[in-house]
Write a protein that binds this ligand. Structure first.
Ligand SMILES: C[S@@+](CC[C@H](N)C(=O)[O-])C[C@H]1O[C@@H](n2cnc3c(N)ncnc32)[C@H](O)[C@@H]1O
Length: 209
C-alpha cells in the first residue's frame, strides 16, 4: 500500500539524514516484517526514519517500533563538527538535544501509539536487553567502527528468521563516506545468518535466513 501522504510529508520535513527512497523502502520493509515481531531502530535523531518505519508498523497493525536514541547527538553533530545544527543546540547543557523535535514529529505524524521511545545509550541497553526478537532492525546510530560493530553485535543477531537487518550509510568507496557501516554489512554476510537483498541509495538491506 502506498505510504499515507500526511505522514510522508512530515517525515520529509523533519530534520534528518535519510533520502526519500530510503525512507519509502524502510516503510515497505516494516509493513512486511512487523507482523513477525516489533521493529527496532538505533539512531532516531528528529524522527525522520522513525516515521517511515512506524507508519509501516501502523499499516500492518500488529507490532510497534522501539526507537532508541540518547538524543545527545553523534560526535559529528556536536558544536564545531560538520553536521552541527544550531537549532538543536541546548546552551545550558552544551550539547545538542533532539528529544523535543523527535516527540513533536511523531505526534504530528499521528504515530504516538506505534513508537516506543527508548532514551539511552545503545551499548548500555544492550547489556540488559538480551534474547529479544525483532522483525526489522535499522542501524543508524554512532558511525565509528566501535559503535557500529557494537550495535551489530548487540542487535543484529536479534533479527527473527525472515526479518530484515537494514544498515544506513553504506559507502563502498571511501571517497564518499565513512566505512564502518559498510564493514558491518560485510561482516554480517560472513556469519551465514543473512542473505543480501538490495541496496537503496546508501541503505543496505539483509534478510535473516
Ligand atoms: C545519523 S543520526 C540518525 C538519523 C536518523 N535515523 C534520521 O532518519 O534522520 C544518528 C543518531 O544516533 C544517535 N546515537 C549515536 N550514538 C548513539 C548511542 N551510542 N546510543 C544511542 N544513540 C546514539 C545520535 O544521538 C543521533 O541522533
Amino acid at each position: 500500500m502506498p505510504m499515507r501522504e500526511e505522514a510522508k510529508m512530515i517525515a520529509l520535513q523533519a530534520k534528518g539524514f535519510l533520502a526519500e527512497a530510503e525512507g519509502l523502502c524502510l516503510y515497505e520493509l516494516a509493513e512486511q516484517s512487523s507482523p513477525i515481531a516489533p521493529c527496532f531502530e538505533i539512531g532516531s535523531y528528529c524522527g525522520k526514519s522513525t516515521i517511515f518505519i512506524a507508519e509501516g508498523c501502523r499499516v500492518a497493525d500488529k507490532n510497534p517500533l522501539f526507537a532508541l536514541d540518547h538524543h545527545r547527538g553523534s560526535v559529528e553533530q556536536q558544536l564545531g563538527q560538520p553536521f552541527f545544527d544550531p537549532a538543536l543546540y541546548n546552551k545550558e547543557d552544551g550539547m545538542i538535544y533532539t528529544l523535543d523535535h523527535f516527540m513533536r514529529n511523531i505526534r504530528k505524524a499521528g504515530l504516538v501509539d506505534w513508537v516506543i521511545p527508548i532514551i539511552t545509550d545503545s551499548a548500555r541497553l544492550g547489556r540488559y536487553w538480551r534474547n529479544v526478537s525483532f522483525g526489522l532492525v535499522f542501524i543508524d546510530g554512532g558511525h565509528s567502527e566501535e559503535d557500529a560493530f557494537q550495535d551489530y553485535s548487540n542487535w543484529g543477531a536479534q533479527v527473527a528468521p525472515g526479518g530484515y537487518l537494514c544498515i544506513h550509510d553504506i559507502f563502498r568507496d571511501p571517497a564518499y563516506g565513512g566505512q564502518a557501516p559498510f564493514h558491518v554489512l560485510e561482516h554480517a554476510l560472513t556469519t551465514g545468518l543473512f542473505d543480501f537483498v538490495d541496496q537503496v541509495e546508501t541503505l543496505g538491506i539483509l534478510r535473516r535466513r
